[in-house]
Design a protein around this ligand. Sequence first.
Ligand SMILES: [Zn+2]
Length: 106
Amino acid sequence: MQKRPVPSFKREQIELEHCSICKGKAVVKGLFYELVCADCNGSGWVVWGSKLVLSSDELVTQLSFKLQHAQREISALKVSPPMAGPQSQYEQSNRLGAGGTNYTGD
Ligand SMILES: [Zn+2]
């Protein structure tokens, strides 16, 4: 078994919603270029209900939870080959590591 870094206490997943200022895009259109949205700390997300902005370190963790959830949904949508095993999982995480940028192709 591989050792994983274990936090000293369990981090709760906070429900997030799209920032209403930038509509979840994390940036707002300036006159000539896009500016990082100040209302959501450039994340596109605020706390559901209260619309509070998360601090940068909390944001990283919460966005990671969200990304992991999204990735699980994506892999659930993919048709798994009959022989899918630990090896295919390994290949998948490799691919995600290599292409893990925020580029959206807009
Ligand atoms: Zn925003």
